[in-house]
Each structure stands twice: as structure tokens, then as C-alpha cells.
Design a protein around this ligand. Structure first.
Ligand SMILES: *Cc1c(COP(=O)(O)O)cnc(C)c1O
Length: 424
């Protein structure tokens, strides 16, 4: 028999979809949500590895399809719609970001494209930051105009007047930016940018992939937070996944059987993947603190070596004061730093020594792994931008982006960096 809906209400306050929207620290918020036990009393939740779900009465099926019965009262239809295990991970994501609800997807890109298609209509307009992840930039520049006549104006989000000017009241539907931008590590003034957009009735969507735990965009005013879970949240560089965190209305809208982008485009997360990821979220806070601690130490030491380092935790970072004001305390300033080596040749030389001579890190795109990952942004993750767009985004050809890992001792790893640098 299905559990009685009223019993379920008593157990969880009738908030199956909802994490408690709160102003808590992200780790505190995660610890305050319901702990999901396994079917047999296991400390870990069970995996609901079913594509489809049975009912006792045919009438129940009809009521599920009208939306009268749903995940709120523990009724599930089919796993492209809500799946209990994916929903549990999604509740963790909502708690992490302090939003009412969230839902997880098969990739960061599918989270981004689905939420944009949910919020925008054909002929619609987006205002977006000039400095974005290459895939997102390409989606807005090339794919959306061709496929659905959604156009984007790109702006420098540190120029608030330009942002206000670019947003066309009644036409612009979404204002999109990254909380900490790839790869320049520009920190967005989320409170002020949200205010500007809200004044004109525009929805604010923020990609927080670079700074989970460190920044909480929704608490600072954003309406929707998107994630590539493939990065820090996963931490294993083994899974591609994403999430959309926002209001219950948005998440339910995206799941609507007739008009929801997640339901109809179908970038579904597998329940087994959701379980894997769910087991990693409890130590995300510890990992982020160590990523940040080491990035801060390296950034300071690199500066002493005379390198041109970009790190939001350095006082000479253009948005350091802002960052200090808006970060969640105790998580530092994130695990990414960039070194401007000026030319691609010098960038490549440094990375070659760091990987092949001293084993400091690995030449690879992506971020959030336990090993340090390094890539030359202009010729890799930002290569979708043409030279003018790169210049506008502040991406020098010699910019090395580093995702600082936490394996080994800090002293051991730093001496590997120093050795490579001296050899160069
Ligand atoms: C990686 C990344 C994405 C895309 O995520 P996938 O999981 O690779 O689809 C989007 N935004 C940012 C900032 C990223 O780093």
C-alpha cells in the first residue's frame, strides 16, 4: 500500500519538495534537513532504481496525472518526472543554496538550457555577463538565436549602469551571470545586480558552479541558482550532473507534464548517480574549506614570486572588498585562481613543468577535483569565444586557470610549484 498522505505530512511537515528556506549557513542548512534512512534502517537512503511506479487503484493513476497526487505526498509516476532518490539529492541542493526547491539534471549545461527555456519564450531577450563559461556563452550566442529566436545582450556586470541600460523592461526575461566568473574570477555584486533586474521585473539566474558554500546567490537576492555538479559538488571528476535551485513554483513548472522543460526535454538524472552524489554532499563543506585555504596560500606565495595572480582572496583583487562582504564566513574565497603568464607559450611552458617535471598538478579542464587541475583558458574552456569576445571578457592568451586540489601536504605541493617555476 502507498503510505497514507496524512502520515507523510506528519512525518515531514508536508514539505516533500521543499527544503526549509532559511538564512542558515549552508552546512547548517544541510544538517537541518531530514536525514533519509534506507528501507531496512540503513544509515544511507535506499536507491529507488525504478523507471516506473505501481499503484493499487487505477483511480490513483488518473489523480497522479492531474497533479492532484504527487511527490509532496509520496506519489511517483515515472522517473523522467520526479524520482525519490533524485528528489532527495535535490533537497540537499535546495538546502545548500537556501532555496525553496531544486531539481537535479544530467549535466550543468542541461540545467542551464532547461531553466532558460522555461523562463524565456520565442522572441525573448536575455541580458548576460560577457564573462561566462564557454558552453553557456555559445548556447546564448549561437544556439538560442537559431533554434528559438531568443537573443542575448552581453554586458560587463561590474558596470551597473551598462547593466541597467541593457535590460529592456517588458522585453528582457532573464538576467544571467556567474557568481564567480570563469576564468577571470570576477565576483558579481549579486545584491545590487539583483535589485537592478528586479526593478525592471526581470528574473535573475546565477551560475554558482565556482563557489558552492562560499557564495549563496539566492540569499543575496538571485531568483534561481544553477550548478554544474560535475565540479566541486561531485569532487571526483567522474560524474557529469547539474541542478536548478529556485522557487517551488519554478521547479514544479519545469516538471509540468504539459509545459515543463525538464519533463519534456528530459535531461534526467539517474537515481544511482543521485545516490553517489548525495553521499558526497556531507563533506562538501570540509572540501571547500581546504580548496580555499590552499588557494589562498598559493596565491599569496605566487604573488611573492612576482607572478600576476588573480584570486578573490587577495587584497589587490578588484572585487576583494565586495567578496569579503558577501561570502559565507569560514569557507574562504574558493578553490580557483588564475595566473596571467601573458603569452600562451609561457603558459604552456609553466603547465608542462608543473605536470611533467614536478607533479604539482594535471593539465586538464574542469575543476573541483582533489588533484590540482590546470588549463590555459583561451585555448580550452573559453575557446568558443572569438578573439574580440575574449578580450572583452578579460581573458588574456596566457591565462592559466588553476583549480587547487587538496591531496598531499601543502608544503610538499608548494615545493613542487616552486621547483617548476625556478626551472622555467
Ligand atoms: C562546467 C561548467 C558548466 C557546464 O556544466 P556540465 O556539467 O559540464 O554540463 C557550466 N557552468 C560552469 C561555470 C562550469 O564550470
Amino acid at each position: 500500500m502507498k503510505r497514507n498522505a496524512r502520515d507523510d505530512d506528519n512525518n515531514n511537515g508536508g514539505e516533500a519538495l521543499l527544503a526549509k528556506k532559511s538564512s542558515l549557513d549552508p552546512a547548517a542548512a544541510l544538517a537541518s534537513i531530514r536525514h533519509e534512512f534506507g528501507e531496512h534502517g540503513g544509515v544511507n537512503m535506499s536507491i529507488e532504481a525504478s523507471a516506473t511506479f505501481t499503484v493499487m487503484e487505477p483511480e490513483t493513476m488518473r489523480r497522479m496525472f492531474t497533479g492532484e497526487l504527487g511527490p509532496d505526498n509520496d506519489f511517483f509516476v515515472y522517473s523522467r518526472h520526479f524520482n525519490p532518490t533524485v528528489l532527495n539529492l535535490s533537497r540537499q541542493m535546495a538546502a545548500l543554496e537556501g532555496t525553496e526547491a531544486a531539481y537535479c539534471t544530467s549535466s550543468g549545461m542541461s540545467a542551464i538550457s532547461s531553466v532558460m527555456l522555461q523562463l524565456c519564450s520565442s522572441g525573448g531577450h536575455v541580458v548576460a555577463s560577457k564573462t561566462l563559461y564557454g558552453g553557456t556563452h555559445a548556447l546564448l550566442t549561437h544556439f538560442f538565436p537559431r533554434a528559438c529566436n531568443i537573443t542575448t545582450s552581453f554586458v560587463d556586470i561590474t558596470d551597473h549602469e551598462a547593466v541597467a541600460e541593457a535590460i529592456v523592461e517588458g522585453q528582457t526575461q532573464v538576467f544571467y551571470f556567474e557568481a564567480m566568473a570563469n576564468p577571470t574570477l570576477t565576483v558579481a555584486d549579486i545584491p545590487e545586480l539583483s535589485r537592478i533586474a528586479h526593478d525592471k521585473g526581470v528574473t535573475v539566474v546565477v551560475d554558482n558552479t565556482f563557489a558552492p558554500m562560499v557564495l549563496s546567490p539566492a540569499k543575496l537576492g538571485a531568483d534561481v541558482v544553477v550548478h554544474s555538479i560535475s565540479k566541486f559538488i561531485s569532487g571526483g571528476a567522474d560524474i557529469i550532473a547539474g541542478a536548478v535551485c529556485g522557487s517551488e513554483k519554478l521547479v514544479k513548472g519545469m516538471m509540468d507534464l504539459r509545459g515543463g522543460s525538464l519533463m519534456l526535454l528530459g535531461p534526467t538524472m539517474n537515481a544511482k548517480v543521485a545516490f553517489e552524489l548525495s553521499e558526497r554532499i556531507p563533506h562538501l563543506a570540509l572540501r571547500m574549506k581546504e580548496h580555499s585555504r590552499r588557494a589562498q596560500v598559493y596565491a599569496e606565495k605566487m604573488k611573492e614570486l612576482g607572478l600576476k595572480v588573480i584570486y578573490p582572496g587577495l587584497e589587490d583583487h578588484p572585487q576583494h572588498k565586495l567578496a569579503r562582504r558577501i561570502v559565507n564566513k569560514e569557507y574562504g574565497y574558493g578553490g580557483l585562481l588564475s595566473i596571467d603568464m601573458e603569452t600562451e607559450e609561457r603558459a604552456n611552458k609553466l603547465m608542462t613543468y608543473l605536470q611533467n617535471a614536478t607533479q604539482f598538478g594535471l593539465m586538464a579542464v574542469s575543476l573541483g577535483y582533489y588533484e590540482t587541475l590546470m588549463s590555459c583558458s583561451g585555448s580550452s574552456t573559453s575557446s568558443e569565444l572569438d578573439p574580440d569576445q575574449k578580450e572583452a571578457a578579460g581573458i588574456s592568451p596566457g591565462l592559466v586557470r588553476m583549480s587547487v586540489g587538496y591531496v598531499g601536504t601543502l608544503e610538499q605541493k608548494w615545493s613542487q610549484f616552486e621547483k617548476a617555476f625556478l626551472r622555467m
